[in-house]
Design a protein. Structure first.
Length: 372
């Protein structure tokens, strides 16, 4: 339903979006996350046909995003959505339905349904006097007046209270159930985890990870094991320190052991390392009393992925001037440590860019990387 290929948007010499490629299937909810200035809004505005790409293309519902016919298939919710304050919710939505030339009876039924579903009270109060949550709901209802196939929402739940946020997220799930395709940006990663089928993580204009939340966690995050012992593991039992994978025998080399109540916790990155802690504890005359596995959250992965500056954003220089090998180019963009952690995983390698990056592809990430 949405195909974005090699999208670039520059403002003057500044590259707001660099070589962005992703696709969204019909009936999918696709999240775009990234720090301030990452290029999320720019991407969404291109999809909505509000700005033209500098190069590359974005296709929405079979149309180029620059074609005016595309807009009949699209509902856009901008980050800021000022409403006509003197109008009521109903008159405002009718006004937009008229712009889309929706017959009045169809429009009224559609508006009523959206407002009911969004629990919108005070429909006849002037919009200048309603709460921020209500205004946002009216703007969401506005995105639906033309019954579009594709919804592009910029921060739909930003600044809303928890109840309203929940209702907006639930509504997004319902849109998916109704077969709509939704792309939305968000800063709140919990919202993204709870609603999105797939996600793109953007940083400094580029997509640095893409796939299901679980897939991204698997590829870019690191499971850790918290090993609890009844004595501090015997550091002296070590014959060598931890190597890059933490495979040494010295608990100190894993980052040390912490006293927690009457137990001692050593955090290690692999089951092999857990066994080494067990040995070290036993050498100290104690035993392992508990082992807990900690999966990385999307937030852990996000911070790892975007926590480092990337080279060559200005004008795209340094990104397109790689050695021409797309996989290596991508590795640069993902950032050294993250790329190394993922075994050179190339979720957005050239092969990955061409193909739809579903869960299966994520699992085959290593193979994709080798091809690249
Ligand atoms: N019209 C413009 N002219 C010049 N630079 C722009 C323009 N629009 C956006 N930018 C710049 O492009 C970069 C990406 O902006 P964009 O709004 O897409 O980021 P974002 O990820 O949506 O950020 P935020 O989370 O803060 O909303 C930013 O550095 C921004 O300043």
């Amino acid at each position: 339903m949405i195909e974005v290929a090699g999208l670039e948007k520059t403002y003057g010499g500044f590259a707001a979006v660099v070589d962005s490629t992703f696709s969204v299937e019909e009936g999918e909810v696709f999240g775009i996350v990234g720090p301030n200035g990452a290029g999320k809004t720019t991407t969404l505005k291109v999809l909505a046909g509000l700005i033209e790409p500098t190069s590359g293309e974005a296709r929405v519902a079979g149309y180029d995003s620059t074609e005016s016919a595309m807009r009949h298939h699209l509902g856009f919710l901008p980050e800021e959505s000022p409403l006509y304050e003197e109008m009521t919710a109903t008159s405002y939505l009718r006004f937009f339905a008229d712009l889309y030339e929706v017959p009045r009876s169809v429009a009224d039924e559609r508006i009523e349904r959206a407002l009911d579903r969004l629990d919108l009270d005070h429909r006849d109060r002037r919009l200048g006097d309603v709460s921020k949550g209500m205004k946002r709901k009216v703007a969401i209802a506005r995105s639906l007046v033309n019954d579009p196939d594709v919804l592009v929402y910029d921060e739909p739940a930003s600044g809303l209270d928890p109840v309203t946020t929940n209702s907006v997220l639930e509504f997004t799930r319902e849109l998916r159930a109704a077969g709509k395709t939704v792309v939305f940006s968000a800063h709140n990663l919990y919202h993204v985890e709870s609603v999105c089928d797939r996600v793109a993580v953007m940083n400094e204009g580029r997509i640095v990870a893409r796939g299901t939340v679980d897939g991204i966690r698997e590829r870019h995050g690191e499971t850790t094991y918290h090993v609890y012992t009844d004595v501090p593991p015997e550091a002296g039992a070590a014959e060598d320190g931890a190597d890059a994978e933490g495979n040494g025998t010295d608990p100190e080399a894993f980052g040390g052991t912490e006293e927690v109540g009457d137990r001692y916790r050593t955090v290690v990155p692999s089951m092999d390392a857990v066994e080494r802690v067990r040995t070290a504890a036993s050498e100290a005359g104690g035993t392992v009393v508990d082992i807990r596995t900690r999966e990385p959250s999307l937030e852990d992965v996000f911070l790892d992925l975007v926590g480092r500056p990337m080279p060559g954003r200005r004008g795209g220089a340094g990104i397109d001037e790689g050695d021409g090998t797309p996989g290596i180019d991508e590795g640069d963009a993902v950032g050294g440590a993250a790329a190394a952690d993922a075994g050179g995983d190339a979720d957005t390698s050239e092969a990955g860019r061409r193909d739809h990056d579903d869960e299966r592809e994520e699992r085959a990430g290593a193979a994709t990387s080798e091809e690249a």
